[in-house]
Design a protein around this ligand. Structure first.
Ligand code: NAD
Length: 424
């Protein structure tokens, strides 16, 4: 069967393969590896919502709580037609390792609803969100499980979740419940810098990589897959270094311009048209052409498992910075390694989002508002520190960065189990 026709692997299988590789390097005890191989809780809710037409439609929502050994479950809510239990399980486990890698006192969770948000009006999305939050009830909570935005969700959707939760659960201390979700809008308790945080974190990683390799980003080129929150913010922030976006794609198709694409104007275009396709001054290219584009940096910022064997062989870049969660298949990793393409793995590269979500949660808890400079300074410091830790660990253990990042996380989780023991 040609590579391009092979079905994508199961994301949870990929997550388990990554766990096994890293557990060997970290010396994780078999019992702990066994515990981490399944989430603690898997919740599926089916609920009806009235459509604008007056008809009712059933929706399937998920919340998976992978681990809370280091703190409350934490992770995004995804609205997408591809959402499935195994996808959410994989994403929830990566959140455990992401928080542990940064030594943030959170565990890992993830959720979502299987549907296509662009087929629905804003009013329907609000009713879907509120009914889903109601169905979850006290299975989420400010000290228990804290959702955030992911694919297909944003600050407004987080505010509807917060408002529904506040009005349904714990009515007396309503305001203490604001931090039940992060990634909220500024007016409703969000943090400065949260919306751009994941993109900003990606650019910190790229800048550190460039500094280590004495690579000049000014005049360099990059390509981006997925131009939503993560892809567009990373592109806009990276453009400040003098790097030039030369190809980009999303759910609808791919475009290119070797002379550079203005990320700011492209973002405005996407807001109006819902896709990058048709952006003036660019030519339409195929997905294989996109993956074969010669550039310095590739930022996958769409869905998981987009880089398979075929893409790994085609990519013509020096560095992949994983904005998306789980964008690389297990079989693609050794090919990238052999081809000397550096990979900054997802749990490090896109962790700016959870770092600033933690800052938002802290600000809500303390009734504080930090200014943008303070948030950005703290984020920069933490990203650089963790980047250095992964780089040193990989050099010391002679392993790749994906294994190193996960092994650091596993060592932290493993220590907590060793000290606390496994109940009873
Ligand atoms: P988003 O919904 O804002 O954007 C998703 C983008 O991917 C859109 O441009 C969409 O058109 C594109 N896309 C969807 N299906 C595609 C396909 N089949 N092929 C190509 N492009 C496709 O979502 P986001 O928040 O930017 O998240 C993107 C990735 O980053 C996800 O993997 C998410 O888990 C990860 N992530 C997000 C955050 C965050 O703070 N939002 C943090 C860490 C990681």
């Amino acid at each position: 069967m040609p590579e391009s026709e092979k079905p994508k692997p199961n994301p949870y299988t990929v997550a388990l393969q990554q766990l096994d590789h890293a557990a060997l390097v970290a010396g994780t005890l078999p019992a702990v590896r066994e515990i981490l191989s399944q989430p603690k809780n898997e919740l599926i809710v089916n609920f009806p919502v009235r459509m604008d037409s007056g008809e009712y439609k059933m929706f399937k929502g998920y919340r998976v709580q992978h681990s809370n050994i280091l703190g409350p479950y934490k992770g995004g809510m995804r609205y997408h037609e591809q959402v499935s239990l195994d996808e959410v399980k994989a994403l929830a486990s990566w959140m455990t390792y992401k928080s542990a890698l940064h030594d943030i006192p959170f565990g890992g969770g993830k959720g979502g609803i299987k549907f296509t948000p662009r087929d629905h009006s804003l009013a329907e999305i609000e009713r879907i969100t509120r009914r889903f939050t109601h169905a979850l009830g006290s299975n989420i909570g400010p000290e228990y499980d804290i959702p955030a935005p992911d694919v297909g969700t944003n600050g407004q959707i987080m505010v509807w979740m917060m408002d529904t939760y506040m009005n349904v659960v714990g009515f007396s201390d309503k305001n203490a419940n604001r931090r039940v979700v992060t990634g909220k809008t500024l007016a409703s308790g969000g943090s400065f810098g949260r919306e751009t945080a994941t993109g900003q974190g990606i650019v910190h990683c790229i800048s550190e990589w460039a500094r280590d390799r004495r690579f000049d980003l000014n005049g360099s080129t990059f390509i981006v897959q997925g131009f939503g929150n993560v892809g567009s913010n990373a592109a806009k922030i990276l453009a400040r270094t003098g790097a030039s976006l030369i190809a980009v794609g999303d759910w609808k198709g791919y475009i290119a311009n070797p002379d550079g694409i203005n990320s700011f104007k492209l973002s405005e275009y996407v807001l109006k048209k819902g896709s990058v396709v048709g952006y003036p001054g660019t030519r339409s290219i195929t997905r294989p052409e996109f993956f074969a584009t010669a550039a310095d940096v590739f930022i996958p910022a769409a869905l998981e498992l987009e880089i398979g064997v075929e893409e790994a062989k085609a990519l013509n870049v020096k560095l992949i910075v994983e904005g998306a969660n789980g964008p690389t298949e297990t079989d693609a990793d050794p090919i990238l390694r052999d081809r000397k393409i550096d990979v900054i793995p997802d749990i490090l590269a896109n962790s700016g989002g959870v770092v600033v979500s933690y800052y938002e949660w802290l600000q809500n808890k303390r009734s504080e508002r930090w200014d943008l400079e303070e948030v950005e300074e703290r984020l920069a410091k933490r990203m650089k520190r963790t980047y250095l830790a992964v780089s040193e660990y990989a050099a010391a253990k002679k392993c790749d960065w994906r294994v190193a990042a996960m092994a650091i996380a596993l060592e932290r989780v493993g220590r907590a189990y060793a000290e606390r023991g496994i109940f009873p």
